[in-house]
Write a protein that binds this ligand. Structure first.
Ligand code: TK8
Length: 358
């Protein structure tokens, strides 16, 4: 309830700030009268040369495919816009975590971030559907659903929150690590202190499995594992390896319990201030860079399980039976959230997943 009130206050603030002209670095719109320039001033009004700056921040570090994708986005945008749009890139949560950066986009004080869908669900509850455990059977199916009609339907929910969704990128299938024991079955979750993303559905799913979950921003996670505040976490192999979680974690299991998409978000205030041509440039660039990012990410995720074992982690495989048991245990949580976000939209996602497998 408290969260809802806070979110409401943020929304009110966002609307207010947007009405006041929004972002700190916002350049005047093309058709705005140049009222700052007194008449007769010699300085020529910049009608064509005006540059706009995109501050793009992500949570992962500069080794991660997410950052390499962001660099590709920068390259494409700066080239196609003839330097009229400049992209500054920030990694490792330098500008904040997924939630705070998304809020900054709403307020117009940052232009781009690429969060997982789980934190987005705090702004648009329907996004919880993508975080239903064991929803997507494969990356290929996820691509088809997210890049198709249903995926677009979800992107269309964002402008209400003063956000624009330009494309889906990939975080990937999440796998469990911890410092206590090899996890092979649902019983092994018992009592494990697991950090989850800041998302109620994730919390409830891990509680159902018997774990003792605690929500935390990604930026605080490494220290929390190092200090033993939490026993474990879950993220794709690429993240586990590239963020060096193996230095503070001993066991990894291929739980593959959730496929996390990333959503390429832009501040709506900023997007609306772009010319139509520029809007097309950033949209195309987000999609093209996303395809590259997905490729790199899949290579990384298939490669780094071995690297984690080379670093000394024990690897435990989850059997089909054990995974089936997990699926049954979390089902009531899914039913509850399906009702909460609307069975209609949930059914459309399931249908799209089915269609994608034909
Ligand atoms: C990066 C996050 C992260 C996510 C998490 O900003 O928090 O565990 O998986 O990768 O989106």
């Amino acid at each position: 309830m408290k969260k809802k009130l806070l979110m409401f206050l943020f929304a009110v603030m966002a609307v207010f700030l947007a009405a006041c002209g929004g972002g700190a670095n916002e350049a005047p719109a093309d058709d705005a009268p140049a009222e700052e320039a007194p008449a007769g001033d010699e300085a020529p009004a910049e009608t064509t040369g005006e540059t706009k700056t995109i501050r793009a921040g992500i949570g992962l570090n500069d080794q991660h495919p997410q950052y390499k994708g962001l660099l590709r986005f920068k390259e494409i945008v700066e080239e196609k816009s003839n330097g009229q749009i400049v992209v500054e890139t920030y990694h490792s949560g330098q500008l904040g975590d997924d939630r705070t950066m998304t809020e900054a986009l709403q307020l117009g004080s940052q232009e781009v971030t690429i969060p997982s869908t789980a934190p987005i669900a705090n702004f648009v509850p329907e996004y919880n559907v993508f975080d239903f455990p064991f929803l997507f059977p494969s990356e290929e199916v996820a691509d088809k659903v997210l890049d198709g009609e249903v995926g677009q339907e979800f992107l269309d929910m964002l402008p209400n929150q003063n956000l624009v969704g330009l494309a889906y990128w990939e975080n990937g299938f999440r796998d469990l690590t911890n410092s206590k024991r090899a996890v092979a079955t649902a019983e092994d979750f018992n009592g494990l202190k697991i950090r989850t993303m800041e998302n109620e559905l994730h919390l409830e799913a891990f509680r159902a499995l018997g774990a003792n979950p605690t929500p935390m921003a990604f930026t605080e996670l490494f220290a929390a594992m190092q200090q033993g505040t939490v026993d474990g976490q879950e993220n794709p192999y690429a993240t586990i390896y590239l963020q060096k979680f193996h230095e503070v974690q001993d066991h990894v299991s291929n739980t593959h319990h959730i496929y996390s998409p990333f959503v390429f978000l832009m501040s709506k205030t900023f997007f609306d201030g772009l010319s139509e041509e520029q809007q097309q440039i950033v949209k195309d660039a987000a999609i093209e860079a996303g395809q590259y990012q997905r490729e790199l990410n899949r290579e990384a995720n298939s490669e780094y399980l071995q690297s984690l074992q080379d670093e000394g982690m024990t690897y435990t495989e989850i059997s089909d039976e054990a995974r089936q048991e997990m699926i049954e245990i979390v089902q009531p949580v899914l039913d509850k959230y399906a009702e909460r976000v609307g069975q209609d939209i949930v059914d459309r996602v399931y249908q799209a997943i089915e269609d994608a497998q034909e």
